[in-house]
Structures are given as C-alpha cells and as structure tokens.
Design a protein around this ligand. Structure first.
Ligand code: HEM
Ligand code: HEM
Length: 314
C-alpha cells in the first residue's frame, strides 16, 4: 500500500462514485423489501421460469396479480442493482478514484449481486429448496453490507478520519467482529426459521436475539467510551442500540402474527401481516449495514498512524 503519491488517479474525485454507491444502497434495500414481501406472501413461485417470467420480459400478470407484481418487480429491481454495481466498478476502475481497495471491493460486490441473482434464479428452477432460499436471504444482507463498506470508503467521513493516537492500535476491533458475526448468525437462523418453519431454528433465533443485543451493547459502549474522538461513532452506536430494541420488540409481534404453517401462497390474502414481517427482515438488513459500517469505522480509526492512509491512491 502506497501513500499519497500525486498521480492522476489521486486527483480523481470520489463524490460521483460515492453518490452512485448510495444509489446502490437504496435500490438494493428496495430489492430486499420486495424479496421479503415475495417470501412473506409465499409468492416465490409466481413464475416457474428464469431469467424470463412466464417466458416474457414484462408479463401482464406482473401488474394484474399481487404475487406476479412482487416477484417480477423484485427481479427487475435486482437487475437495476446489478447494472448500478457494474457501472460503479467500471467507474472506479477507469478513474482510479478512491484507490485500489475500494476498486476491488466494487468488483467483489458486483460479483455478489450476480451470485445473488443466480442463487435466486436456480432456486426458482429447483422449486425453492431451503438451501437456496436461506442462502439467498443471507447473501442479500451481506451484499448490502459490502456496498455500505464501499460507500463508507468513498465518503468524506472516511477521508477525514485520522488514526486515534490516544488508544492502542486495533482497539475494539475484535468486539466489533464478534458483534457482526452474531448478527449474521441471527440472520441465518431467521432465514432457516422462515424457509423451513423449523421450531428449533425459530426458538434459537429468539434466544440469540438477546446475545445479539448484549454483544451489540458491549461493542457500541466500548466504541463510544474509548473511541469517541472519532466523529460519527456515538451517533452510529446510538442508532444501532435503538434499532436493536425496535427489532426485538417487532420480533415478538412477528412471532404472534406469522402463519404457523410458514410461507404459503394463501399468505397473500393478508398483506398487512406480510408487510410487518418484511419490515422485520429489512430492519435486520439495516442493522447488518450499520454494524458493518461501525466496524469499518473502528478499524479505520484505530489503524497505526502512517498505516493505511485515509485514502489510498493508484
Ligand atoms: C440484488 C439482487 C437480489 C437481492 C438483494 C435479493 C434479495 C432477496 C431477499 C432479501 C429475499 C427475501 C428472503 C427472505 O425473506 O427470507 C428474496 C426472495 C426471493 N428472491 Fe431475491 N434478491 C435478488 C435477486 C433475485 C433474482 C435475480 C431472482 C430471480 C428469480 C430472485 C428471486 C427471489 C425469490 C424467488 C424469492 C422468494 C424465495 C422464497 O420465498 O423462498 N431474487 N430476495
Ligand atoms: C436483534 C434481533 C433480531 C434480528 C437482527 C432479527 C433478524 C431477523 C431476520 C433478518 C429475519 C429473516 C431472515 C431471512 O429470511 O433472511 C428474521 C426472521 C424472523 N424473526 Fe427475527 N430478528 C431479531 C429478533 C427476533 C425476535 C426477538 C423474535 C421473536 C421474539 C424474532 C422473530 C422472528 C421470526 C418469527 C422470523 C421468521 C418470520 C417468518 O416466519 O416469516 N426475531 N429475523
């Protein structure tokens, strides 16, 4: 990793790619909401084929039936996300803006979107086995977190965060990684509960929510207590803890209102219930994004002075 050698790439502005990365986050979040509504209403097999839907690019049933609308527009938003990811990677590649690491992240992120589409599509062709649906639900959140990391690396906050000299290098990193790991495990358990209707997975998900909360609280308290000189740590931490409380409360509502038989096509008759459950899925995704962003911020703020400069060029 080199320092700030003046090169044409060094001068490449990051404002444009940053905005595109934020647009990617918005479109992917809408895609996740659409996907969650597709699962919640049991509409995953509205079209038995892929990549086309009923052999068409824009079937009439996608705007005359609810399952068709949810599944087809989920596919369309996913395609838009794929195009934005590709544009972002090409932009960073062509201009060198932001440096080598963010460029690699953009290509990896783009590959994750592609993989996500392939897992979604092969799942449809295979009649939605749990293995593809659970992978699809979990990978969606990891993909969103990857683009949050990309946006963070292109942000003004990243460029303005200098190493904290009054804390040991690397302080708080392990705690943040454990907080992120238990959160991802929570998503896997939730997805298993959702797609297999397995009672063990469901109750482990409920129990693990308190582990998620406890470790999240410890990690954010540590970050606020020791790394408060890094701007943004306190605000991010507050939002994470608040959202965790909302999510646990909402989880109990979901537990009560969900169809005990799991995802079934008849769930489409109760769109309100499907929407509440889908909000639980989307808040899960936002929590993953926020904890991943805080982790990236803690890593960046606690690097050794002189290492890993604020923005690497070339
Ligand atoms: C950016 C790309 C994509 C993202 C982020 C994404 C995200 C999601 C999410 C979050 C769910 C809900 C999972 C759950 O609630 O457990 C879902 C469901 C689903 N997605 Fe995607 N998806 C993407 C692309 C696609 C594509 C290209 C297809 C093509 C067919 C697809 C097909 C499906 C299907 C069929 C479901 C319902 C699965 C089930 O109920 O078992 N997705 N998606
Ligand atoms: C911080 C805590 C929590 C997080 C981050 C979280 C996250 C999630 C996520 C992401 C999913 C869907 C996974 C997927 O399909 O992709 C899910 C499903 C679910 N969660 Fe949670 N959850 C939390 C706490 C809880 C609690 C406390 C309860 C119940 C008391 C709960 C009940 C459920 C249920 C019942 C489902 C499956 C819904 C269905 O069958 O459609 N969750 N959760």
């Amino acid at each position: 990793m080199t320092s700030t050698a003046a090169s044409p790439a060094a001068a490449a502005p990051v404002r444009g790619p940053f905005r595109l990365a934020v647009a990617m986050l918005v479109v992917t979040t809408i895609t996740i909401l659409k996907g969650a509504m597709t699962t919640s209403t049991g509409s995953g097999l509205a079209y038995p084929d892929w990549p086309l839907s009923d052999g068409q690019v824009m079937p009439a049933s996608s705007y005359t039936t609810i399952p068709g609308f949810l599944e087809h527009f989920h596919r369309l938003f996913a395609s838009a996300a794929g195009l934005i990811a590709l544009a972002l990677a090409i932009w960073l590649q062509a201009t060198g803006a932001g440096g080598r690491r963010v460029r690699i992240c953009a290509w990896v992120g783009g590959s994750m979107v592609l993989l996500q589409g392939v897992v979604g599509g092969t799942g449809v062709l295979a009649n939605l086995p749990a293995v593809t649906s659970v992978t699809h639900g979990t990978l969606a959140q990891l993909t969103l977190a990857m683009f949050a990391w990309i946006a963070y690396q292109l942000s003004d906050r990243y460029a303005a965060t200098w190493p904290l000299t009054d804390v040991a290098p690397g302080a708080g990193r392990k705690l943040m990684l454990v907080a992120l790991a238990v959160l991802v495990a929570q998503t896997v358990l939730g997805a298993l509960a959702r797609h297999t209707n397995n009672a063990h997975a469901l109750w482990t998900h409920v129990g693990n929510s308190f582990v998620v909360f406890l470790i999240g609280a410890i990690a954010t308290a540590f970050a606020v207590g020791r790394l408060k000189a890094a701007p943004g740590v306190a605000g991010l931490s507050r939002t994470i803890v608040t959202l965790q409380i909302v999510q646990i409360a909402l989880g109990f509502v979901v537990l009560v209102i969900r169809n005990p038989d799991g995802k079934r096509p008849e769930n489409v008759e109760d769109l309100g219930t499907a929407a509440v459950i889908s909000v639980h899925v989307v808040i899960g995704a936002l929590l993953t994004v926020l904890v991943a962003t805080l982790a990236a911020h803690v890593f960046h703020a606690t690097r050794r002075p002189g290492d890993d400069p604020a923005r690497e060029f070339g």
